[in-house]
Design a protein around this ligand. Structure first.
Ligand code: NAD
Ligand code: UDP
Ligand code: UDP
Length: 319
């Protein structure tokens, strides 16, 4: 991969994860120097293996709950497990990553006067009473449930971002990311798109939680990364939070049937209990992103799923 030399160094925390590694690719392509920081809890060096030899790319194994003293111009803060099975595995560490991680990265941004973008989430809306979700909605989150380490951790991180902005004039950007999928999700990640595709390709039973009538809106990774970069490059006055996601909404049954059809699989649908506090509906209102960032997703669910199915087919067939 060719890169044009640049003076700017961009820190990507969680850079060896699914979204982070695509972001590193995109930044390197546009000529930035990238410092990828990751503790490899859910990420993998394989995701950035193709970047390791480049002089514009550096990988640092580090846990963001500990201070980090480096000199950078911009920070994308993505470090945090995103799949329910992973963030529930060590919930105290998840809260620490969200809260101590945010404090450390904001402290770093304050010291070096770097612009910093937080990868927040639609989970800040919890199980929403408003549909689709607009940024002005404050959400309905259980503070003491099994998802709270993630949801409340991300909410507290948003609070810290806006307090560092008000109190210390840190140049902040917050995006609320809705369900995003694509190549480099882990096969055992536990999220619905990777689960369904891997099950379909292996001929295993498809695990539908509940009746499968709950909905999600799925954004393809390339669209999402484009939105994040646009947000980072936007006017200083635009702090967000800004929703990023694809408003096309599907039930989990529709998703399972689409994956079966596109992969040509004859796996059977099986039904399992719904996890606690699992939101029933989720759909982003993206009028702010469209207005302020001139952004909207372009990749349809079918096209994005085809790319992702191809990726997993190659991965599962590789030795
Ligand atoms: P991911 O699990 O693939 O990536 C997270 C990365 O953070 C991993 O590489 C992991 O090893 C790293 N990490 C975790 N804890 C860390 C720590 N303490 N120190 C350093 N690194 C640490 O998940 P993803 O889907 O790429 O998500 C990236 C970010 O985007 C997360 O903050 C997530 O909350 C947010 N997000 C993602 C989605 C989505 O649908 N993919 C939706 C909403 C928000
Ligand atoms: N910090 C860091 N890198 C830096 C500067 C700060 O990791 O370059 C961390 C440090 O651990 C600190 C935290 O960020 O505790 C918050 O920094 P801030 O300056 O806001 O507060 P203080 O240093 O007073 O705790
Ligand atoms: N889900 C499912 N089968 C699975 C994994 C998830 O039916 O094997 C459901 C889950 O209950 C939720 C939706 O799919 O309603 C999206 O789950 P995911 O973990 O991908 O994301 P999140 O719940 O964080 O939106």
């Amino acid at each position: 991969m060719k890169s044009i030399p640049s003076e700017r160094t961009v820190l990507v925390t969680g850079g060896a994860g699914f979204l982070g590694s695509h972001l590193c690719d995109r930044l390197i392509k546009s000529g930035d120097n990238v410092l990828c920081v990751d503790n490899l809890f859910t990420g993998s060096k394989r995701n950035v293996a193709h970047l390791l030899g480049l002089s514009a790319f550096e990988f640092l194994r580090h846990d963001v709950t500990f201070p980090l003293y480096v000199e950078v111009d911009r920070i994308f803060n993505l470090a945090c497990p995103a799949s329910p099975i992973h963030y529930r595995f060590d919930p105290v560490q998840t809260t620490k990553t969200n809260v101590h991680g945010a404090i450390n990265m904001l402290g770093l941004a304050k010291r070096v006067r770097a612009r910093i973008l937080q990868a927040s989430t639609s989970e800040v809306y919890g199980d929403p009473e408003i549909h689709p979700q607009v940024e002005s909605y404050w959400g309905r989150v259980n503070p003491i449930g099994v998802r709270s380490c993630y949801d409340e951790g991300k909410r507290c991180a948003e609070t810290l971002f806006f307090d560092y902005h008000r109190q210390h004039s840190v140049d902040v950007k917050v995006v609320r990311i809705f369900n995003t999928y694509g190549p480099r999700m882990q096969p055992d990640d536990g999220r619905v798109v990777s689960n369904f595709i891997v099950q379909a390709l292996r001929g295993d039973d498809m695990t539908i939680f509940g009746e499968g009538d709950q909905t999600r809106s799925f954004c393809y990774v390339d669209d999402l990364i484009d939105g994040m970069v646009r947000m980072m490059n936007s006017e200083k006055s635009l702090t967000g939070p800004v929703n990023l996601g694809n408003p096309a909404e599907y039930t989990m049954l529709e998703l399972a049937e689409t994956v079966l059809r596109l992969s040509g699989s004859s796996s059977k649908l099986t039904f399992w209990p719904r996890p606690p506090d699992d939101p029933r509906h989720r759909q982003p209102d993206i009028s702010m992103a469209s207005r302020e960032l001139d952004w909207e997703p372009r990749v349809t669910l079918e096209d994005g799923l085809m790319e992702t199915i191809d990726y997993f087919r190659r991965l599962l067939n590789s030795p």
